[in-house]
Design a protein around this ligand. Structure first.
Ligand code: PEP
Ligand code: MG
Length: 590
């Protein structure tokens, strides 16, 4: 067995995959303005035309492949894009600008694209506005071709291997996951980025934050992705492939074994009961949630309906059907549907207006919904209609709350739409439970005021950590600073749980922290009663809860709150848990 080249990143979704790399470069390169001399212009125009030809050929290949594998509907998208490339509105206009301003093709293309988008935005027609996405896609294809980069056209591939990319946006992760990609490896990303969350939910091994990945595997024929250790092995020999195949098999076996515990109650040794709920992004994950013993849904990320349907918007009936499916699947447990959390890094060009310089601090979550009344109305009406079908308890959860007025407005809107639906003859629930996600430090600090306005709290520790520590949760350059066990985050979590207790409203936690074995004793000890996580993590958390006493958990939580740094808290928890974890054969990494 010879040592292969090993690239190191963060293993964020456990498991092992062995396969061929499929390389994609998603990150746009900055486009510079390069002035040309008169003598360079013809060559630049020729370069543009050649790049357009290459892009058209690429799109033709995609259309042909898609027709064979995923159907004519997809093929027609690529075909339409190919035709757009030939449209004088784009290419001739770029050429005109190259000549008129004596500038490089990339710059001219960017200017023309912006102008076209501006014209589209002025059109009231929804169909035409949605065509913006097509313009952007076609322009991106052409830009990549000009820059000699690899495009994302994976739709035609019959055998998707390991997706290797500089950056994997959530919408692409979702699309490719449903087409059978076997692992994700990327240069960007962090432990709580949305692509990581999708990988974990769908049990796709993932390694993120690998510097220089795309260039390093450009010529590789085979990769092993080790999502436990965060390693990517390049062109391993047969002996090593065998070792890793055995490890993959062992992991699958253990997962199966763990699922066997799904029916056991999540109770501590001294009888303190915890409710275990599932976080799901897609309706078809209901089966996995049930198999893992979830008692209900603690977080349905409804925006994924949108990202999946993009560029079309899911209409009221489509949304109602999805929400009703969840409520029907869990008639006895809570079903918590989060209103669209678009914006930030989950871009939805169809809903957002202009691009933002700092989107994570921008028009995101409830802020976006309140600024787009028609869009929000469709979702709230769909939720009420689904809730009206009963049985089951519908909980409407609102993301990124920072102000009391935001929840008040959502309540007013729900009351108005209930009235509207009733007058149209639809059944609506007598009462809708409305909850605030606590993801912004300000919300945690005014928890006692919010508690008077809502029926429950849901701690979103992914964003709460990001905003408390000022660390972008998806930026690999600062991922070592993303520490949910930082004393500041722990204190905010403690405040929210104790405030919920005081006001008699349930508090759940649906950030990735809920699934972290190290966090279980602290959270149980702080009095958290509802844990919500991606279904594959439920069995381990259940086992840990069953191995603890509440008394012990309280002692651990009390001590954990006394440390000055995240490192000290983590070390303490690791020491407290190491015996327990090895007994349960749970592997964790710090
Ligand atoms: C969170 O922020 O913790 C959360 C659960 O929401 P999301 O990860 O979708 O932002
Ligand atoms: Mg969040």
């Amino acid at each position: 067995m010879s040592d292969p080249r090993t690239l190191v990143g963060h293993g964020v979704s456990p498991g092992i995959a062995i396969g061929k790399p499929v390389i994609v470069e998603n990150r746009p390169l900055p486009v510079m303005r390069v002035p040309l001399s008169a003598g360079q212009i013809e060559a630049e125009v020729a370069r543009l035309r050649a790049a357009a030809k290459r892009a058209a050929k690429h799109l033709f290949g995609l259309a042909k492949g898609a027709a064979k594998t995923v159907g004519a509907e997809y093929a027609s998208i690529f075909e339409a894009h190919r035709l757009m490339l030939e449209d004088p509105a784009l290419l001739d206009e770029v050429e005109r600008l190259i000549r008129a301003e004596a500038v490089n093709a990339e710059w001219a293309l960017e200017q023309v694209t912006h102008r076209l988008l501006g014209q589209f935005q002025k059109l009231g027609d929804v169909y035409l506005r949605e065509r913006q996405t097509d313009v952007l896609d076609v322009a991106a294809q052409l830009q990549r071709s000009l820059q000699g980069r690899k495009g994302p056209g994976l739709g035609h591939s019959t055998e998707l291997g390991i997706l290797v990319a500089d950056d994997i946006p959530p919408s692409q992760a979702l699309q490719l996951a449903s087409r059978g990609v076997s692992a994700f490896a990327s240069e960007s990303g962090g432990i709580t980025s949305h692509t990581t969350i999708i990988a974990k939910s769908l049990e796709i091994p993932a390694v993120v934050g690998v510097a220089g990945l795309v260039a390093a595997v450009e010529k590789a024929r085979l990769l092993i992705v080790d999502g436990f250790e965060g390693h990517i092995l390049v062109d391993p020999d047969p002996a090593l492939i065998q070792v890793y195949s055995l490890r993959a098999e062992e992991h699958r076996r253990r997962q199966q074994e763990m699922l066997g515990l799904a029916h056991l109650p999540a109770k501590t040794l001294d009888g303190h009961a915890i409710t275990l709920l599932a976080n799901i992004d897609l309706v078809h994950e209901i089966a996995a949630a049930k198999a893992a013993g979830a008692e209900g849904i603690g977080l349905f990320r409804s925006e994924f309906l949108f990202l999946q349907a993009s560029p079309a918007l899911p209409d009221e009936e489509e949304q109602e059907a999805a929400y009703a499916a969840l409520i029907e699947a869990f008639p006895d447990g809570p079903v918590t549907i989060r209103t669209f959390d678009l914006g930030g890094k989950k871009l939805a060009r169809e809903v957002l207006g202009a691009p933002e310089a700092n989107p994570v601090m921008g028009l995101r979550g409830v802020r976006l919904c309140l600024q787009k009344p028609d869009f929000f109305r469709t979702q709230l009406r769909a939720l009420l209609r689904a809730g009206g079908r009963g049985p089951g308890t519908l909980r409407v959860m609102v993301p990124l709350i920072g102000h009391v007025e935001e929840v008040k407005t959502v309540r007013v809107l729900l009351a108005r739409f209930s009235q509207e639906l009733r007058s149209e003859g639809h059944a609506v629930p007598a009462r809708v439970l409305v909850g605030a996600m606590i993801e912004v430090p300000a919300a945690a600090m005014i928890a006692e005021h919010l508690a008077r306005e809502v029926d429950f709290f849901a701690l979103g520790t992914n964003d709460l950590t990001q905003y408390t520590l000022a660390v972008d949760r998806g930026n690999e350059q600062v991922s070592s600073l993303f520490r949910p066990f930082h004393p500041a985050v722990l204190r905010l979590v403690e405040t929210v749980i104790s405030t919920g207790d005081r006001f008699g409203i349930p508090v759940s936690l649906c950030g990735e922290m809920a699934a972290d074995p190290l966090a279980v004793p602290v959270l149980v000890g702080l009095g958290l009663r509802e844990f919500s996580m991606h279904p594959p993590a439920l069995p381990v958390v259940r086992s840990l809860i069953r191995a603890l006493t509440f008394r012990e958990a309280r002692r651990i939580a009390h001590k954990a709150l006394s440390f000055a740094s995240a490192k000290a808290v983590e070390e303490y928890l690791l020491e407290q848990l190491s015996g327990l974890l090895s007994h349960l054969k749970v592997r964790i990494r710090l």
